[in-house]
Design a protein around this ligand. Structure first.
Ligand SMILES: Nc1ncnc2c1ncn2[C@@H]1O[C@H](COP(=O)(O)OP(=O)(O)OP(=O)(O)O)[C@@H](O)[C@H]1O
Length: 339
C-alpha cells in the first residue's frame, strides 16, 4: 500500500544488542551495540563484536562505548553511525535495491523527545522513512502471541537497559510498565557485591560472564563455583578469587525483585477478563534477561501464574519489529499524529 517491498527492515536498537531484520529474509545482523572511536578525531575504529572485545582494554586515544543507555539514545551521532554501519552490513548481504522503510523499536516509557531522536537517527542512517513500535508489542509479535485478537497476552521483555511489561489485546497495549532495570543492572549489582565483599574490582564483561555462567534468580543447586579475576583494590595487583552461585544469587536479589514487582504491578492493573486469558496462556518472557536461570520460576511463584520463556528470546523484538512492517499503515498514521 505504501510501496513496501521485501527490502524494508526492522531494527531492534537495543542497549546491549542491535539486530536488523530484513523483510522476507529474517535477521541479517546481530551485533552488540558498541562502537570504538578515536577520542580526538571521533573516527570509528571498530563496531559491534570487535568493539565489544575492546571494552575496558582500549589505549588512551581510543574509547569503546555503548551509545544506547536504558533503552534510549545516549550519544546521538554514534548511534546514527552505528545504525548506518549495520544497515549497510545488511545491504552488503545483497538485500536493498533502494532506501528502505525502517521500523525501530522503542521502550514504552520513552518521551517524545527521545522518540524523535530515534526517528531522526534512523533517517540519518539512510532510512527512506522511519517508524517506531513499542518494544513489548514487538516482543509479543515476535513471540507469536495473538496480539491482534480480542484476548489478553502478557509479555515481559528483559533487555540490557529496560524491562518492559505489557498486557496486549486487539492490536494495542492495554496496560504497561517500563522500568530502567534489567541485565545491565544485574551486572552492576555483581560488580558492587564483589567490590564490597572482596575488595576486588572487576570489569563489565567479567560481570556479564559471571551472570551468564553461574547467575540464578533463585535456587542455585547444582551450579558450580566460578574463579574470577580482577584488580585487588588494596594492593592494586591482579587477583583471582572463587565465588559461589549462592553469592551471585544474593547479589542479584534486588534487581530480580524489582522486575517481579513490576510484573505484579502490571497484573494488578489488568482488567479481569484479560487476567483470565493470561492465566490460561501464561506470562511470556522475552529478551536476553529471560535466560537468567530460574527467573521464570521466581516470577511464576510470586505471581501464581504460569510463565514461559519464548523461543529464541533474544530475537523476539527484532522479529516482531520486522513483522510489524506488514502493518506499517497503523504505525504511519501514529507517526503523522506525533509530528
Ligand atoms: N544466558 C543469559 N543469562 C542472563 N542474562 C543474559 C543471558 N544472555 C544474555 N543476557 C543478558 O541479556 C541482556 C541483553 O538482552 P537483549 O539483547 O534482549 O537486550 P537489548 O534489546 O539490547 O536491551 P534493551 O531492550 O534494554 O534496549 C544483557 O544484559 C545480557 O547480559
Amino acid at each position: 500500500m505504501f510501496g513496501i517491498g521485501t527490502r524494508d527492515v526492522g531494527i531492534d536498537l537495543g542497549t546491549a544488542n542491535t539486530l536488523v531484520y530484513v523483510k522476507g529474509k529474517g535477521i541479517a545482523v546481530r551485533e552488540p551495540s558498541v562502537v570504538a572511536l578515536q577520542t580526538d578525531t571521533k573516527q570509528i575504529v571498530a563496531v559491534g563484536n570487535d568493539a565489544k572485545n575492546m571494552i575496558g582494554r582500549t589505549p588512551g586515544n581510543v574509547v569503546a562505548l555503548r551509545p544506547m543507555k536504558d533503552g534510549v539514545i545516549a550519544d546521538y551521532e554514534t548511534t546514527a553511525t552505528m545504525m548506518k554501519y549495520y544497515m549497510r552490513q545488511a545491504q552488503n548481504k545483497g538485500v536493498f535495491a533502494r532506501k528502505p522503510y525502517v521500523m525501530v523499536c522503542v521502550p514504552s516509557g520513552i518521551t517524545a523527545v527521545e522518540e524523535r531522536a530515534v526517528i531522526d537517527a534512523t533517517r540519518q542512517a539512510g532510512a527512506r522513512d522511519a517508524y517506531t513500535i513499542e518494544e513489548p508489542f514487538a516482543a509479543a509479535i515476535g513471540a507469536n502471541l495473538p496480539v491482534w485478537e480480542p484476548t489478553g497476552s502478557m509479555v515481559v521483555d528483559i533487555g540490557g537497559g529496560t524491562t518492559e511489561v505489557a498486557i496486549i489485546s486487539l492490536g494495542g497495549i492495554v496496560t504497561s510498565q517500563s522500568i530502567r532495570i534489567a541485565g545491565d543492572e544485574m551486572d552492576d549489582a555483581i560488580i558492587t557485591y564483589i567490590r564490597k565483599n572482596y575488595n576486588l574490582m572487576i570489569g563489565d564483561r567479567t560481570a556479564e560472564n559471571i551472570k551468564m555462567e553461574i547467575g540464578s534468580a533463585g535456587d542455585t543447586e547444582g551450579i558450580d563455583n566460578m574463579e574470577i579475576r580482577g584488580r585487588d583494590l588494596l594492593t592494586g595487583l591482579p587477583k583471582t578469587i572463587e565465588i559461589t552461585a549462592k553469592e551471585i544469587s544474593n547479589a542479584l536479589h534486588d534487581t530480580v525483585y524489582a522486575i517481579v514487582d513490576s510484573v505484579k504491578n502490571t497484573l494488578e492493573k489488568t482488567p479481569p477478563e484479560l487476567a483470565a486469558d493470561i492465566m490460561d496462556r501464561g506470562i511470556v518472557l522475552t529478551g536476553g534477561g529471560a535466560l537468567l536461570r530460574n527467573l521464570d520460576k521466581v516470577i511464576s511463584e510470586e505471581t501464581k501464574m504460569p510463565v514461559l520463556i519464548a523461543e529464541n528470546p533474544l530475537d523476539c523484538v527484532a522479529i516482531g519489529t520486522g513483522k510489524a512492517l506488514d502493518h506499517i499503515h497503523l504505525f504511519k498514521s501514529k507517526a503523522r499524529d506525533s509530528r
